[in-house]
Design a protein around this ligand. Structure first.
Ligand code: F6P
Length: 373
């Protein structure tokens, strides 16, 4: 009997999603004779039974397109806004899965998607996931697709900012995405020759950054490029977050835990835009004109890089093979140079941060980059 599989894309969009859908859909249909249905807008489409038939025509001509033909959302199965009310749609999702007589569901997404997929595994559904995110922060896999394209965009931005920084003899701060991880800032900073790179993993002291910039000026280099991960924090901020995390983990009642989580969320909400303060403070401390560029969602848009197209296609086609051999409850990820099936129970809920002894941090220091510590 031909298998019937469902596909959805969930979480923030990124370049390479269509390449993965195409690779999986074509391989599933053409190599394994499977029927393929797409669910729209992430877990919402699965909860509300909104589908599209992923036939040959739908899967054709999408390899180079950014975004996702299936649409996406950050909806969680157990906490979905339905008619203005937070609703647990897990049972509705299970019902849709069975209504379509699915043999398996493929969820393509980032860290949040891995957690949501595991919830469905725990409800007895056959689920396989693929790792996508520009943040490159999904646990256990060495790469997620979308990262390479975002890295290229961020690097090009640094290249372009160099010319205006030198012409005006300015400090230019560039904020890049990455959520709580510093991969994008680290690799873009190294690729673009940033003078300062600030990562969430290395809390910074602004006086040390200012000192490094002043030294450059004294040495005749009258401009500086500062690449900052959106999740980067000063030493004081990192201490405050740690206290909030400790309070959340130590909470001994549901009420205390909800309150602690709320405080943590507020902290992160207020942290948005921290690079505006950082830029202003650097101008004061260095006496040098400073400007800020926040790259934002530009990093997620447009055509996927060749590397992302290749990786997403590889993941998609290999996923069809995993489905054919009925390997479920797993994420297909990169381990060195090989694709491997990784237990979702070990992937979900963990974040892959930049280790402090990562060779690229050493490499950056060796070419004179300051990390603010
Ligand atoms: O996870 C991808 C990402 O772009 C992060 O880098 C960023 O923090 C977040 O998504 C932004 O989310 P949204 O598109 O919902 O604003």
């Amino acid at each position: 009997m031909a298998q019937h599989i469902g596909i959805l894309t969930s979480g923030g969009d990124c370049p390479g999603l269509n390449a993965a859908i195409r690779g999986l859909g074509k391989a599933a249909r053409e190599s394994y004779g499977m029927r393929v249905v797409g669910f729209l807008n992430g877990f919402r489409g699965l909860a509300l039974d909104q589908t599209v038939d992923l036939d040959g025509a739908m899967l054709s001509g999408i390899l180079t397109d950014g975004g996702t033909i299936l649409g996406t959302s950050r909806d969680k199965p157990h906490r979905m806004n339905i008619g203005g009310k937070e609703t647990d749609m897990t049972d509705a999702i299970v019902a849709t899965y069975h209504k379509h007589h699915l043999d398996a569901l493929v969820c393509i997404g980032g860290g949040g998607t891995q957690k949501n997929a595991l919830r469905l595994v725990e409800k007895g559904l056959n689920v396989v996931t693929l790792p996508k995110t520009i943040d490159n922060d999904i646990s256990m896999t060495d790469r997620s697709f979308g990262f390479d394209t975002a890295l290229g965009i961020a690097t090009e931005a640094i290249d372009r900012l160099h010319s205006t920084a030198t012409s005006h003899e300015r400090v230019i701060v560039l904020e890049v995405m990455g959520h709580r991880a510093g991969w994008l800032a680290l690799e873009a900073g190294i690729a673009g020759g940033a003078d300062v790179i600030l990562l969430p993993e290395i809390p910074y002291d602004i006086n040390k950054i200012a000192e490094a910039i002043r030294k450059r000026t004294q040495g005749g280099k009258r401009f500086s490029i500062v690449v900052v991960a959106e999740g980067a924090m000063s030493v004081d901020e990192a201490r405050d977050v740690k206290a909030l995390v400790d309070a959340r983990d130590a909470a001994d009642s549901k009420k205390a835990r909800v309150e602690a989580k709320e405080k943590l969320r507020n902290f992160h909400d207020e942290h948005v835009g921290h690079t505006i303060r950082l830029t202003r403070d650097l101008e004061k401390l260095t006496g040098q004109e400073s400007r800020l560029t926040i790259l934002g969602h530009l990093q997620r848009g447009g055509t996927p890089s060749a590397a992302d197209r290749v990786f997403a296609t590889w993941l998609g086609t290999e996923c069809a093979e995993a489905l054919d051999t009925k390997k479920y409850g797993v994420m297909l990820g990169l381990d060195g140079t090989k694709l491997k099936l990784m237990p979702l129970s070990e992937v979900a809920g963990n974040m892959r941060l930049v280790p402090l002894d990562h060779p690229l941090i050493t490499s950056g220091r060796r070419v004179g980059t300051t990390f603010g510590d």
